[in-house]
Write a protein that binds this ligand. Structure first.
Ligand code: ADP
Length: 241
């Protein structure tokens, strides 16, 4: 396929191959009780993040004298999918919590908060694929909103191959296409570091390189939206002072 053909390619929902879903919205400071919070909406996927901390560690024996204890809980609520999801943790949500926690450890300065806990709650209220990357995108905005010291914001997006085309930010319909490849990705634009890379499906090295290039572009776009969300929150705050 020539570059012109690639540029003109139209997806199931009318998007170009390198377009994020519509609407793609990030809001900071959406939960007043939390120390920091954020909402990310990518098309029909909607995730809320709430951060509590740094706070006292309970139970106390879990305290770390050198650094904060980072705890992440990813959860899909019962009405987030068309078939009611059984409430409570399952293997998938436990794995996703771990993966997100692992990625966040690369950006949060935990050593600045010894003997404390930082809790990150991620609630998927509507799931239409890409929930782990939306949750991670929301998490770093919520942590920044809580004033937690971090190297940078951490944007995340999924890329993949659908009907032979490399595409950005897959929705559920695209993810369900036969032989589709799905590659969740998180990236620090300031240092060009890949912080999360998972993959579902069969592909080859050339395609992986192409997917990573597209994912980096998507992350840079999301990074700008993350920063704008925080700016808007503080503008609101100053107006209401
Ligand atoms: P991600 O949401 O990060 O893409 P998966 O690839 O595991 O993670 O899930 C893809 C999509 O499948 C989810 O976003 C959701 O729309 C759907 N899904 C996941 N788990 C369930 C479930 N228990 N019941 C119904 N749909 C689900």
């Amino acid at each position: 396929m020539t570059k012109k053909q690639k540029d003109e390619f139209v997806r199931i929902d009318g998007r170009k191959r390198d377009e994020l879903r519509k609407p793609y919205i990030i809001e900071a400071g959406v939960i007043s009780k939390a120390d920091g919070s954020a909402m990310v909406q990518s098309g029909k996927t909607i995730v809320f993040a709430a951060v509590y901390g740094p706070r006292k560690v309970i139970p106390k024996h879990l305290e770390d004298q050198e650094k904060a204890l980072l705890r992440v809980r990813y959860n899909m609520i019962t009405f987030s999918v068309p078939d009611r999801k059984k409430p409570g943790p399952d293997k998938r949500s436990m794995e996703i919590s771990k993966v997100i926690e692992h990625a966040l450890r690369r950006v949060v300065f935990l050593e600045d908060y010894p003997r404390t806990a930082i809790d990150v709650y991620l609630e998927v209220v509507q799931a239409d694929a890409g929930t782990r990357v939306a949750a991670l995108t929301a998490a770093s905005v919520a942590l920044a909103d809580a004033g937690i010291h971090m190297r940078d914001l951490l944007p995340a997006v999924a890329v993949g191959r659908v009907n032979g085309e490399i595409v950005l930010d897959l929705n559920k319909e695209e993810e369900d296409v036969e032989n589709a490849v799905d590659l969740p990705f998180a990236y620090l634009p300031s240092t060009d570091e890949v912080v999360l890379l998972q993959m579902d499906g069969i592909t080859d090295v050339d395609e992986i390189h192409e997917m990573i290039e597209l994912a980096k572009k998507g992350c840079i776009e999301i990074y700008k939206l993350q920063k704008r969300a925080l700016q808007r929150k503080y503008e609101r705050y100053l107006i209401n002072e």
